[in-house]
Ligand binder design. Structure first.
Ligand code: AHM
Ligand code: MG
Length: 334
């Protein structure tokens, strides 16, 4: 900064995620601050998880713990550890009544029957964790729902199984070349990079906007022969340039990292149904719906909306439990 620079000018101001959350809170007159306190539990957990991820090769935390989770997948030690961190950081927030994790069979009821408990938090503690042993980006995803007015305090299903459009906030963290936390409370999508020197998430990507024209499609092409034909045809059109220009391909295999690249660079990400996963692989509650908040708020254009986000659009308008689906439901389109 030059000697005459005004430190209060926006370009010189360092905005941490906590400051940003408090600024957002001002948009709601009468807000008590409990929601900001809840979000700060997520940012604290993200810092703790990233510290474990960064030291993964140095401590005895790589590899599986020999257990299978409720989704039928082999749990990594870091899945378990990240799950514990989030449960710990969030269960001490009085405003939270229910925690639902992709790693737990049952939602956890916290502050049982406390009328002060108004929110449910849904999370995947470590998405893409099968990549952890090979130093590939992984992430955490979360979404926040408000207890419906009519819901009983102990009826976790009615807290959790709400239409996707009822999410009041959602976001994700990517533990990559740097750690970035992206969140939205419906007023833009904002990204904060962790500054390891000061231990704070600092605003680095305000008002993220997905470019109108992307370069890449992102899909596990090894399953192409198993996709319903319309998906194969769509991918062919991307490849051959019939949708604007010829798309290249990028696939990491960590949804949160693939999604983040797609949000920044444009393009499409999809995980269609396969023979083994006729309902798709990605979890509606833990993985797809939280991403819909970011996608919707960062204004994907109509072509992409129709082509790859039909599942998201449906989720915004139909209750998750309308067809008898539950916490483990998957989605065929994303
Ligand atoms: P996980 O939550 O157990 O890590 O599984 C979800 C991951 C996503 O991050 C990713 O998009 C997908 O599984 C990759 O699956 P595949 O290896 O079949 O391409
Ligand atoms: Mg996971």
């Amino acid at each position: 900064m030059t000697p005459n620079a005004d430190p209060t000018r926006t370009e010189h101001r360092l905005i941490t995620v906590q400051q940003h959350i408090l600024q957002e809170q001002k948009r709601f007159p009468g807000a008590s601050g409990e929601f900001s306190w809840l979000l700060s539990g997520i940012t604290l957990a993200a810092k703790m998880i990233q510290a474990k991820v960064r030291r993964a090769g140095l401590s005895d935390i790589l590899g599986t713990d020999g257990e299978t989770n409720v989704q039928g997948e082999i749990q990594q030690k870091l899945d378990v550890s990240a799950n514990e961190v989030l449960a710990h950081c969030l269960s001490v927030r009085e405003s939270i009544g229910v925690l639902a994790s992709e790693e737990n069979e049952q939602p956890i009821m916290v502050h049982n029957n406390s009328p002060a408990a108004k929110y449910a938090v849904v999370f995947d503690p470590l998405d893409g964790s099968s990549n952890i042993d090979v130093n590939v980006s992984v992430g955490t995803t979360f979404s926040i729902l408000r207890r419906p007015d009519e819901a009983h305090l102990d009826d976790h299903e009615s807290w959790l199984l709400q239409p996707g459009r009822k999410q009041i906030a959602a976001g994700y963290v990517v533990y990559g070349s740097s750690t970035i936390l992206v969140y939205s409370v419906g007023n833009g999508v904002h990204g904060f990079t962790l500054d390891p020197a000061v231990g704070a998430f600092v605003l680095s990507h305000p008002n993220m906007r997905m470019p109108d024209q992307g370069k890449y499609y992102s899909v596990n092409e090894a399953y192409c022969d198993e996709f319903p034909p319309r998906y194969g045809e769509y991918i062919d059109r991307l490849r051959h340039g019939t949708l604007g220009h010829k798309y290249g391909s990028r696939y990491i295999g960590s949804m949160v990292a693939d999604f983040h690249r797609t949000l920044l660079k444009g393009g499409v990400f999809l995980y269609p149904p396969t023979t083994d996963q006729p309902d798709g692989k990605l979890r509606l509650l833990y993985e797809a719906e939280p991403r819909c908040v970011s996608r919707r708020t960062s204004r994907w254009n109509r072509a992409r909306w129709n082509a790859s986000s039909a599942g998201c659009r449906a989720n915004q308008h139909s209750p998750t439990n309308a067809a008898g689906r539950g916490e483990s439901s998957r989605t065929r389109r994303f």
